[in-house]
Design a binder for this molecule. Structure first.
Ligand code: AGP
Length: 614
């Protein structure tokens, strides 16, 4: 999940590479580096551990110049974060320099072979074996492109690389093996760009080409050639990416996560736009390529994803099963890919992924494809692998989500599943026209309801100050709000580092109630729905044991205020859409606790925005 940038053209490469890395900093920030080929033909490298700013300061004080360059922000896999393990990596005799994203699974075997031949390694990384092996092939007399192909064919595992050879200072070679983070080519006028993620180069071009698995590109400032790693030419499609520079900037917000929480009403509108035909009482999603025949031929849906996207799928199960009457199973992609699920032509597999590049999710999609399933995806990153390989997809259209903790992608992906359920329900004849019209009316109210939930921000900040030093948190909910209890816990733990657990409230008496004491804040989702009385009873059980309860309740519910220590009111919301509204105060609570604690909200330790390795 590292960030990669490359450039060749008339401009100064360091400036372009560093500005691109800045936009990718959320992908990994253990260390960073940049390399250029100087006019003298020498490789010049600057590398620093820690945040990208350290590298930028070094380049400012020790400038490097050149018109071809590569750069990298690292999320460490092999070799702890340090200068010697930072990318770019140079081969022993300085004949190649490269950056890499992914894992070389057979690096020890290759490293042993090379060391036995006298190669001296500088780092502990798996990446360095790529540079050293490539140099061996060059020294054996192979030409750069062929030597690169031979090297790539030897690597096991998923990798994305960008390579420069000072003997050919006008050429970049890049390649993608497996589901490691993507490689995007940016097409300029007399210049070319490479990035692991679109935002890195959107300031310079919106014409993009995306490499697929086992493809490589030979790039000069005048253009590119794409082949497979055996050297056979392959067709490449140029995509024009819509982009709004403002939406990718933080604006007046203190953190990207805060901005993205507050963008949710607009993001919901954007994901509804052009799909929700309010007057006709219909939903249209052409990108799903859905037909009545297909919809009625399916008898099983798997939803597969990771992290917050998985929890969105848990919500989607409630919506799709109740609306489209399609048996739905939700599974972590990291489990799905290894447990040999029962898949056939009557199965649909829906992958939910903000980045569209999560390795486990892409692997689960590949398994689904090989099993003959119909493959769908709900994705935010335009042009990402998960969007491209699916038979049908829904773009979340929530705009770039930069904060590592996912917020607007979570809520828009629920809305997208709600629209998918409406579409499937209509095609399968499982909902009446009246029911469909009513559900669409509910959907049209959602942006306003979400906006009202944001009005709890000041109260959430106050409550966060009270509980910022709690050692543990428990989140409980029932029915469609059980996944929201899980998501509230995940948001809190990943940005504040406070241990937090989500639980189905009915399970309290089967174990978790033993945890309750006056030190344990319990967040209970007690909104007015069919399970309200059950939840009130849970709150009473926690209070009876001295616990502290923060209740999420429906506006006007004066009764719960007599039971809980704090009540955060949200507007009355149709049951199937409650998760979109109820999650917002939990996002705000997690955000403010993290801010009170001085945590690195947008770049929490050990995490990255896109997990492109297993
Ligand atoms: C969510 O807050 C986390 N950052 C993480 O769980 C994330 O949802 C997960 O890695 C999946 O990412 P994706 O949606 O890009 O596939």
């Amino acid at each position: 999940m590292c960030g990669i940038v490359g450039y060749v053209g008339p401009k100064e490469a360091p400036e372009i590479v560093l500005s691109g890395l800045k936009r990718l900093e959320y992908r990994g920030y253990d260390s960073a580096g940049v390399a250029v080929i100087e006019q003298s033909g020498a490789i010049a490298v600057r590398r620093e551990p820690g945040k990208l700013q350290h590298l930028m300061d070094t380049v400012a004080s020790q400038p490097i110049q050149g018109n071809i360059g590569i750069g990298h922000t690292r999320w460490a896999t092999h070799g702890k974060p340090s200068q010697r393990n930072a990318h770019p990596h140079t081969s022993m005799n300085k004949r190649v320099v490269l950056v890499h994203n992914g894992i070389v699974e057979n690096f020890l075997e290759i490293k042993d072979e090379l060391q036995a031949e006298g190669v001296v390694f500088e780092s502990d990384t798996d990446t360095e074996v790529i540079a050293q092996l490539l140099e061996r092939h060059l020294e054996a007399g192979m030409e750069f492109i062929d030597a690169t192909r031979k090297t790539l064919q030897r690597l096991a595992g998923s990798s994305a690389v960008v390579i420069v050879n000072p003997a050919q200072p006008d050429m970049l070679i890049t390649a993608r093996l497996g589901n490691a983070g993507g490689i995007t080519l940016g097409l300029g006028e007399g210049e070319m760009f490479i990035a692991s993620d679109i935002p890195a180069i959107l300031d310079y071009t919106r014409e993009m080409v995306f490499l697929e698995n086992k493809q490589m590109a030979i790039i000069t400032r005048m253009g590119y050639t794409v082949t497979d790693i055996e050297g056979n030419p392959v067709p490449s499609e140029v995509h024009t990416i819509p982009y709004d520079p403002v939406s990718a900037a933080r604006g007046e917000y203190r953190h990207f996560m805060q901005k993205e929480i507050f963008e949710q009403p607009r993001a919901i509108i954007d994901t509804l736009r052009s799909r929700l035909l309010f007057e006709e009482g219909a939903v249209e999603i052409p990108s799903m390529n859905l037909s009545a025949e297909l919809a009625n031929n399916l008898n099983k849906l798997y939803i597969t994803a990771c992290g917050t996207s998985y929890l969105s799928g848990l919500v989607g199960k409630f919506i799709i099963e109740s609306t489209a009457r399609m048996s739905t199973e939700v599974e972590y992609a990291s489990e799905f890919r290894y447990y040999n699920p029962i898949i056939d032509e009557k199965t649909a597999v829906l992958a939910i992924t903000q980045s569209g590049e999560t390795a486990d999710t892409l692997a689960a999609m590949e398994l689904a494809m090989h099993g003959g399933a119909t493959l769908w995806s709900i994705v935010n990153a335009i042009g990402s692998q998960a969007m491209r390989v699916a038979d049908g997809h829904i773009a979340m259209q929530s705009g770039p989500e930069i904060g590592v903790a996912s917020t607007k992608a979570f809520t828009t992906s629920i809305v997208d599943q709600y629209m998918l359920a409406l579409l499937l329900g209509e095609l399968r004849g499982t909902i009446s026209a009246e029911k469909r019209t009513s559900m669409i009316h509910d959907l049209a109210l959602l942006p306003d309801l979400a906006g009202r939930a944001l009005e709890t921000d000041a109260q959430c900040k106050e409550i966060a100050q009270v509980y910022q030093h709690a050692r543990d948190f428990l989140f409980i909910g029932r029915g469609i709000n059980y996944p929201i209890a899980l998501e509230g816990a995940l948001k809190l733990k990943e940005i504040s580092y406070i241990h937090a657990e989500g639980y189905p409230a009915g399970e309290m008496k089967h174990g978790p109630i033993a945890l309750i004491d006056e030190e344990m804040p319990v967040v209970a989702i007690v909104t007015k729905n069919a399970l309200y009385e059950k939840m009130v009873s849970q709150v009473e059980q926690v209070k009876a044991r001295g616990g502290q309860v923060i209740a999420l309740a429906t506006e006007g519910d004066t009764f719960i205020a007599t039971k809980a220590d704090h009540v955060i009111f949200v507007p009355k919301t149709p049951y199937l859409l409650e998760p979109v509204v109820n999650v917002i105060p939990l996002q705000l609570l997690a955000y403010h606790i993290a801010v009170w604690l001085g945590a690195d909200v947008d770049q929490p330790r050990n995490l990255a925005k896109s997990v492109t390795v297993e």
